[in-house]
Design a binder for this molecule. Structure first.
Ligand SMILES: NC(=O)c1ccc[n+]([C@@H]2O[C@H](COP(=O)([O-])OP(=O)(O)OC[C@H]3O[C@@H](n4cnc5c(N)ncnc54)[C@H](OP(=O)(O)O)[C@@H]3O)[C@@H](O)[C@H]2O)c1
Length: 326
C-alpha cells in the first residue's frame, strides 16, 4: 500500500500509521487518585521503540502535554533528538497538571492558558514548533472553542504551529473547528468495533484527516482478554467513558465475542489481530490515520509491520459489517 497519507487539507504528508504516545507517559493520576496512565513503563524501552519506529518509516507521533503530566512529551522529545525535523509531531492542550506529583488538577479553556501550554510543550519536546496542535477537551462549549480556533490561526501566523485539530467525538464540534483555514483534522475514537459513519462523512465533506485514537480498543483488538494487573493502569479501574474492560478485571464478554467473530477475517494474509484491526481502518476511508499506542520495541515492530500488508479489501469490509450485523 501507499505507506503515506496526506494529513487532511494541510498537504502535510505523514506515514499512514502514527504512533500514540499516551502509554509511554507512564503513571499519572487524577486529583481523586483515579489512574490516568497505563501503569509503569521503562523509558529506555520507550526510546528504543521510537527509534525502531523511525527506522521502519513511521513519521507521525501523537502525544499530549498531560500524558504522564509532561513525561510523554519529554521522552518523545529525547527519543527524536536530531531527527525531530524528519517527523510530524502532534500534541494537545486543555488539561492542567502538576509535573512534580504527576497529577491532573483540572482543565483550562482560556486563550491565556493555551499560549502558556504551547510554550511549555515546545520546551518539553525540545522544538520550536508543533506540527499539529490539538484541543484536548472533547465536550468543550463550541463558542468557547471558536475563540481557541481563532487563537490557533494566530499561532500559525507566528510560526509556532503548522496546523491544528480538535480531539472530539462530536461531528458538530469538529465542524466548528474546521471553519478555521489551518484546521486540518479531527482526532476521534474509531476502531473496527466502534464505527463512526457521521464523522467520516464530515471528514470527506470538509477535507479533514480522521486521526483514529483507540484503534486497538485499548489493547482488546491486540488480543488482551484480561484487565491489567498493574493498579496504576487506567484499564484496571475504568472510568465511565472507557468501554470494553468491564469492571477492570476482565474484558467485557460481549466485546470479546465480537472480536472472536472477526478473528478469521482480521488475521487473513498472515496478519496478527492488531495488524488486521489497523488494516480495517485504512480500508474504511482514505482519510484515516490510526495512531495505536505502544510501549515496547516488539509492539512498535508489529504495528509498523501492518503497513506492509496494507488495507483489507472492499469485500472484507462488507463481510465485517455483516458479521457484526451493522
Ligand atoms: N482524548 C484523546 O485525545 C485521546 C484519548 C485516547 C487516546 N489518544 C491517543 O490515541 C493513542 C492510541 O489510543 P489508545 O492508547 O487509547 O489505545 P490503542 O491504541 O487502542 O491501544 C494501545 C495499547 O494496546 C497494546 N498494544 C499496542 N500494540 C500492541 C501489539 N502489537 N500487541 C499487543 N498489544 C499491543 C498496548 O497496551 P499493553 O502494552 O498494556 O498491552 C498499547 O498501549 C494514544 O496513545 C493517544 O496518543 C487520544
Amino acid at each position: 500500500m501507499e505507506i503515506t497519507r496526506t494529513l487532511g487539507r494541510s498537504g502535510i504528508e505523514v506515514s499512514a500509521l502514527g504512533f500514540g504516545c499516551w502509554a509511554i507517559g507512564g503513571e499519572w493520576q487524577d486529583a481523586d487518585g483515579q489512574p490516568l496512565g497505563w501503569g509503569k513503563v521503562d523509558d529506555e524501552e520507550s526510546v528504543r521503540a521510537v527509534h525502531r519506529a523511525l527506522d521502519l518509516g513511521i513519521t507521525f507521533f501523537d502525544t499530549a502535554d498531560t500524558y504522564g503530566a509532561g513525561h510523554s512529551e519529554r521522552v518523545l522529545g529525547r527519543a527524536l533528538g536530531k531527527r525531530r525535523d524528519d517527523v510530524i509531531v502532534a500534541t494537545k492542550w486543555g488539561n492542567v497538571f502538576d509535573e512534580e506529583t504527576r497529577t491532573r488538577t483540572g482543565v483550562d479553556d482560556t486563550p491565556a492558558h493555551a499560549r502558556r501550554a504551547l510554550t511549555a510543550s515546545l520546551d518539553r519536546l525540545g522544538t520550536d514548533h508543533v506540527d499539529l496542535y490539538q484541543l484536548h477537551l472533547n465536550d468543550l462549549d463550541p463558542e468557547r472553542a471558536a475563540e481557541l480556533r481563532d487563537l490557533c490561526e494566530e499561532f500559525v501566523r507566528e510560526g509556532l504551529i503548522r496546523a491544528y485539530a480538535w480531539s472530539t467525538d462530536d461531528p458538530a464540534r469538529a465542524a466548528v473547528f474546521a471553519q478555521g483555514e489551518h484546521c486540518t483534522a479531527v482526532q476521534h475514537a474509531l476502531n473496527v468495533l466502534q464505527d463512526t459513519p457521521e464523522m467520516l462523512s464530515l471528514c470527506e465533506e470538509l477535507g479533514l484527516a480522521s486521526i483514529n485514537r483507540s484503534p486497538l480498543a485499548m489493547g482488546l483488538l491486540a488480543g488482551k482478554r484480561q484487565g491489567p494487573k498493574d493498579t496504576g493502569d487506567i484499564r484496571s479501574k475504568p472510568p465511565a467513558w472507557l468501554q470494553g474492560f468491564g469492571d477492570g478485571t476482565s474484558a467485557d464478554p460481549e466485546w470479546l465475542s465480537r472480536i472472536d467473530a472477526l478473528r478469521e477475517i482480521l488475521t487473513s494474509e498472515g496478519r496478527t489481530l492488531a495488524q488486521g484491526a489497523l488494516a480495517w481502518l485504512w480500508a474504511r476511508s482514505p482519510r484515516t490515520v490510526p495512531i495505536p499506542g505502544f510501549r515496547s520495541v516488539a509492539q512498535a515492530e508489529q504495528n509498523a509491520g501492518a503497513m506492509e500488508k496494507g488495507p483489507l479489501t472492499a469485500g472484507q469490509l462488507t463481510e465485517v459489517d455483516s458479521l457484526l450485523e451493522r
